[in-house]
Design a protein around this ligand. Structure first.
Ligand SMILES: *[C@@H]1O[C@H](CO)[C@@H](O)[C@H](O)[C@H]1NC(C)=O
Ligand SMILES: *[C@@H]1O[C@H](CO)[C@@H](O)[C@H](O)[C@H]1NC(C)=O
Ligand SMILES: *[C@@H]1O[C@H](CO)[C@@H](O)[C@H](O)[C@H]1NC(C)=O
Ligand SMILES: *[C@@H]1O[C@H](CO)[C@@H](O)[C@H](O)[C@H]1NC(C)=O
Ligand SMILES: *[C@@H]1O[C@H](CO)[C@@H](O)[C@H](O)[C@H]1NC(C)=O
Ligand SMILES: *[C@@H]1O[C@H](CO)[C@@H](O)[C@H](O)[C@H]1NC(C)=O
Ligand SMILES: *[C@@H]1O[C@H](CO)[C@@H](O)[C@H](O)[C@H]1NC(C)=O
Ligand SMILES: *[C@@H]1O[C@H](CO)[C@@H](O)[C@H](O)[C@H]1NC(C)=O
Ligand SMILES: *[C@@H]1O[C@H](CO)[C@@H](O)[C@H](O)[C@H]1NC(C)=O
Length: 348
């Protein structure tokens, strides 16, 4: 029995930590807490954060092994799996789209002023582009009628930089885009602040957004499965910490340090991350996919013919049933719920 205890030390690298290449669009509050307070290390992981520049690149990296795991809005997995038969699997849902808004440059103050403008998106067929179309259509503005157009520029961090600057690097003016945590609160802190024209949760709610996504074939590899379980467990432990009100100041400090922002902005980020309908704590740290939120994602995409390559008679209801070899596999998150960290994470 003693030998068993020695084995991990022989297999693990010198630092005793296993490497995870983690692709992500944003540094969520849960990630900030996990990273700053040592939850990854406590689960034996050395996590390298790799910024996803755009969704096309991000998901192709995931499928080719460039990232071990990725968090991105669940629509990407839905699209690639149902339209293109890509073997992507969602292990759980992190959030409901915290601070997901249509934001604009300061001198635009109403949705109607977007008429005739070019709006920045990651990809014209991405989930957030469809969300933008949905909300604008409720204001009477339609892409298909030429009421506005798209500028394809990349993921949220890039769009935020351009929006804050008021133009693309080549000087082309920009007007509005979809922003999400943490950029919405950062944009509010600018002088003058960016305008929030609409909150998506006022129109689509619940909404399933950031999801832990992997390449399905890797799930049958036990080593990968063990690493995914420890990774998701680290997020769960960080999520429980984030959700606990008595940890608020400590969580705010972790967010401020991770994002290099002031305490005042970090307080706004914390409020978004713990929002009871869209935040990162809505699943009570179980990371269960919100079925109605996922159905809303499918509905919005379908409204704009976003399932053009899905065969006739395709059953979305069957395709979203949880199980092995399906879009959603919850075996990893269920195993992760029972893991206790090897060491205690730091407190503030
Ligand atoms: C973590 O991984 C990075 C490279 O991804 C490496 O530079 C660093 O030394 C590793 N840290 C530990 C503690 O293993
Ligand atoms: C996506 O990112 C990759 C890698 O940085 C880049 O080569 C590609 O041009 C980007 N695509 C778009 C549409 O921005
Ligand atoms: C989808 O891929 C699977 C293998 O991953 C294959 O068995 C199936 O035939 C493919 N379906 C379509 C419609 O291409
Ligand atoms: C806002 O400013 C930009 C750039 O200065 C200008 O092109 C645009 O017309 C202005 N929009 C409004 C609504 O004033
Ligand atoms: C910011 O905008 C100016 C023009 O207004 C442009 O020349 C510059 O390249 C932009 N910078 C970035 C980082 O986009
Ligand atoms: C992987 O794990 C499963 C379940 O624990 C086990 O049945 C199987 O033998 C393992 N496979 C390998 C190659 O270790
Ligand atoms: C949190 O910080 C605020 C001000 O920074 C302080 O007033 C409050 O007492 C702190 N709360 C806890 C539980 O430490
Ligand atoms: C953090 O932000 C401050 C103020 O905006 C800036 O001066 C500093 O260079 C930033 N530090 C890092 C490591 O990005
Ligand atoms: C989370 O816990 C609260 C309080 O116990 C409960 O009302 C809510 O339904 C739970 N939500 C989920 C998604 O489990």
């Amino acid at each position: 029995m003693k030998l068993f205890a020695l084995l991990p030390a022989l297999i693990l690298p010198a630092s005793g930590l296993d490497d995870i290449d983690y692709g992500a669009f944003t540094q969520t509050a849960t990630y900030s807490v996990a990273s700053q307070l040592g939850f990854f290390a406590a689960n034996g992981l050395n996590v390298t954060y790799l910024q996803v520049p755009n969704s096309t690149y991000g998901y192709s990296q995931l499928l080719s092994g460039g990232y071990d795991i990725l968090t991105g809005t669940i629509d990407n997995a839905v699209n690639l799996r149902f339209n293109a038969n890509k073997t992507l699997t969602v292990l759980g849902q992190l959030d409901g789209g915290p601070d997901l808004v249509i934001a604009s440059v300061p001198n635009i103050t109403s949705v109607q002023q977007l008429r005739g403008k070019a709006l920045m998106v990651d990809n014209a067929a991405s989930g957030y582009a469809y969300v933008l179309r949905k909300v604008l259509s409720l204001y009477g503005l339609r892409l298909e009628n030429g009421d506005y157009s798209f500028q394809v520029v990349g993921s949220t961090n890039i769009r935020y930089q351009y929006l804050a600057n008021g133009s693309l690097p080549d000087g082309t003016a920009v007007y509005a885009t979809i922003l999400t945590y943490p950029f919405t609160a950062e944009g509010h802190a600018l002088n003058p602040p960016l305008t929030v024209l609409a909150r998506i949760s006022d129109f689509i709610n619940p909404f399933a957004s950031s999801a832990f996504t992997i390449s399905e074939p890797t799930l049958s590899d036990n080593n990968s499965r063990v690493l995914y379980t420890r990774f998701v467990a680290s997020f769960m432990q960080a999520s429980r910490f984030l959700a606990e009100p008595s940890n608020a100041n400590c969580s705010i400090q972790a967010i401020a340090r991770q994002l290099n922002i002031t305490t005042a902005v970090a307080q706004a980020e914390y409020a978004a991350a713990t929002d009871s309908s869209t935040g990162e704590t809505i699943s009570n740290s179980t990371f269960a996919v919100n079925r109605q939120g996922l159905l809303n994602v499918i509905d919005v995409r379908d409204q704009f013919s976003g399932f053009a390559s899905v065969s006739q008679g395709f059953s979305f209801a069957d395709a979203i049933v949880v199980g092995y070899g399906k879009l959603i596999d919850d075996s990893v998150r269920l195993a992760a719920m029972n893991i206790t960290p090897r060491a205690t994470a730091n407190t503030c």
